[in-house]
Design a protein around this ligand. Structure first.
Ligand code: PRX
Length: 645
């Protein structure tokens, strides 16, 4: 395998002529509507929203009391109604979900069947006391029923909080407590790399100190033996037994919360990002439609887990709101080998693939023989999300997977933005490998200095968004101060994304990465704080500092500097296992360096900049005059690095 060295980044890839000729969103259509979305936002958003069903109309499109927005004020609607009922007459028999288990089992669910399943589960949840405003935590493998559970909550006006099935029991417990969830929906387990992941056992541990949960609904995915607690736990199949397959979707206010999704910040515990109904629905509907333009003949595969925002907006809500057919795969990309994705694309005729740069890089590394062994001619469009994509990986994706026939869209957005904010529409503009590109409708990005001054072309600075958009987060659940401070406090009047970026003379934005203490490991956001807290919770650890080091496949690798309690001993493997238990395998440090002391300022602040330089093998540079004990740096540089994973 060769890796192309792209020395000049001004390469442009034009959309194939037949693709460009087939799209609704041409360059002219985009330019006209983008302009209208900024100049006449009320008219623009009303037109989009009117493509969906509302039970009561809005009195105003936007009420903006910075930094709090209310969109489609006073309107009522229901997202599940729009994702399902709205399509029944025209698309009842169209496939909504093709699901493949890691063991190769395949199920197909039509829109009519999905509607019936969601109605039955909504009735079932209602029978155990779930109603509007209640929080329901979902901790499941990637199975059709996970989407059923989300939509059933939406139908009832209950607020779902999906927790990634790879998170540990303590991470789950913390999220249940923060949300004050009443019901937990889980499964006996799921399959990952050929083995069973025991979700129910992990949930049981989590529930030992999460007392808000009254009922646990357990899906039988594997048929393994699990302990069921009398009075608290109930099997999914028993609960839906006899429930009617009709259910009247509950009309909720446009600003009624739809879901909470926890994400990492630079300080403290994970933030419960809160999204509401009307604006999120309109954003997910519009962006899915504009970027991917799914047709009935398409099979759309977004490879994210529903535990992440990408899974919310482009596995579940966006595609279903557009009446698209989606593909869902439960397991690991390398099971039984690195050809699994390509084999499934051939077998199911997947037409649109939306995945992460980290996955692309690991496929690229595995070798072209895997994709080359399969017929990928069903593909017509490719997308990436989650982290910056390096031009070599972009070109590999474009050539080896897309055979230079399929446009590649690089989409920048965040848990907080809810939906895609930057991308070049695939039939409208040339792609520039490595650059996310142009703003979506209603999005006004800018690149500014630390004090908010706009920067010129190609100057690097902070990425900000200048006005509210429908799918923006509304607050941090239970902590509005943190919302104001984190996102709107840094640069008054501007939404601060926490990313560094630059913009070229054509207006294409290239996002280069986080500027706060947040790592992006395989496209997942992890706060250095969370990993540090997990480390110091180990009895042998006195202090820990965690930094990222550039990694060819994962984007960033986690390096932890640890000092031990006097007289204590433990190995790096002990600590790595400990972090995996506390947070989940994704947070397991790649390298642990034991040190006698950490570099600190005289006021006791750990100098991460220096640790980052040491972790990536660079010379330490910059100002070290505030360092309390300069000899610490030498010792750290000499301390043996232990690499693992
Ligand atoms: O740093 C940016 C990076 O991922 C962060 C958002 O992470 P999360 O909330 O977990 O959502 C991921 C999926 C939307 C951003 O602040 N990021 C996401 N997409 C891109 C990206 N960086 C560069 N290019 C992208 N296309």
């Amino acid at each position: 395998m060769t890796i192309e060295n792209v020395l000049h980044e001004n390469r442009r890839i034009a959309p194939p002529a037949d693709f460009a000729a087939s799209v609704k969103w041409t360059k002219e259509a985009y330019l006209r509507e983008y302009r209208r979305s900024l100049e006449e936002p009320d008219a623009f958003w009303s037109d989009v929203a009117n493509e969906l069903t509302w039970f009561t109309p809005w009195t105003r499109v936007l009420d903006w009391q910075a930094p709090h927005a209310r969109w489609f004020v006073d309107a009522t609607t229901n997202v599940a109604y729009n994702a399902l009922d709205r399509h029944l007459a025209a698309k009842g028999d169209l496939t909504a979900i093709v699901w493949e288990g890691e063991d190769g089992v395949v199920t197909r669910t039509t829109y009519r069947e999905l509607h019936a399943q969601v109605c039955r589960f909504a009735n079932a949840l209602s029978s155990i006391g779930v109603s509007k405003g209640d929080r329901v935590t979902i901790y499941m493998p990637l199975v059709t029923e996970a989407i059923v559970a989300m939509l059933a909550c939406a139908r009832l006006g209950a607020i779902h909080s999906v927790v990634f099935g790879g998170f540990s029991s303590s991470a789950l417990s913390e999220r249940i407590k923060d949300a004050g969830a009443k019901v937990l929906v889980t499964a006996d387990g799921g399959l990952r790399r050929g083995s069973a992941v025991s979700l129910k056992a992990s949930a049981d541990t989590a529930l030992q100190n999460a007392s808000s949960i009254e009922k646990v609904v357990v899906l039988k995915r594997l048929g393994t033996d699990v302990a069921m607690q009398e009075g608290r736990d109930v099997w999914w199949h028993d609960l839906v037994e006899g429930q009617p397959s009709e259910h009247q979707a509950v009309p909720v206010d446009s600003e009624h919360p739809l879901f909470i999704l926890y994400t990492s910040g630079s300080t403290g515990k994970p933030k419960g990002v809160l999204h509401t109904t009307g604006g999120y629905m309109v954003g997910a509907y519009l962006t899915m439609g504009a970027v991917f333009e799914p047709k009935d003949s398409d099979l759309f595969w977004c490879t994210a887990d529903i535990g992440w925002v990408t899974g919310h907006s482009y596995v579940a809500y966006g595609p279903l709101l557009n009446g698209a057919s989606i593909f869902l795969y439960e397991g690991a990309p390398n099971h039984p080998d690195m050809g699994r994705f390509w084999q499934m694309i051939e077998r199911h005729n997947v037409t649109i693939l939306y995945t992460a740069p980290t996955a692309i890089r690991s496929f690229m590394r595995a070798g072209d023989e895997f994709p080359n062994a399969y017929d990928l001619s069903s593909l017509r469009l490719l997308g990436t999300v989650g982290e910056p994509i390096n031009p070599e990986a972009w070109m590999w994706y474009y050539k080896t997977i897309g055979k230079e026939r399929c446009p590649v869209v690089d989409t920048w957005w965040q848990t907080e933005t809810g939906t895609i904010m930057l991308t070049t529409l695939p039939g409208a503009f040339d792609a520039k490998p490595g650059s996310a590109g142009l703003p979506m409708f209603g999005v006004a990005p800018d690149i500014v200095t630390a004090d908010g001054q706009p920067l010129g072309p190609d100057e690097g600075g902070f990425l900000i968004l200048q006005r509210p958009w429908p799918s923006m987060l509304r607050t941090v659940y239970g902590d509005d101060e943190r919302y104001k401070k984190t996102y709107w406090g840094e640069l008054p009047g501007m939404y601060f994304a926490g990313d560094g970026a630059r913009r070229d003379a054509d207006g294409y934005v290239t996002v280069v990465g986080r500027i706060d203490d947040v790592l992006n490991v395989s496209g997942h956001r992890l706060g250095t704080m969370e990993v540090e807290s997990a480390l110091v919770a180990h009895p042998a650890v006195a202090e820990a500092a965690v930094v990222g080091r550039p990694d060819e496949v994962k984007g960033e690798a986690i390096v932890a500097f640890v000092t031990l309690q006097a007289g204590a001993t433990c190995t790096d493997d002990d600590l790595r296992r400990h972090v995996a238990r506390e947070i989940g395998a994704i947070a397991r440090p790649d390298e642990i360096r034991f040190a006698e002391a950490l570099p600190k300022t005289r006021s006791g602040k750990i100098m991460r900049r220096l640790l980052r330089q040491i972790a990536s093998g660079q010379e330490t540079s910059g100002d070290t005059s505030t360092l309390e004990d300069a000899s610490v740096l030498d010792k750290l540089r000499r301390s043996p690095g232990v690499t693992g994973n």
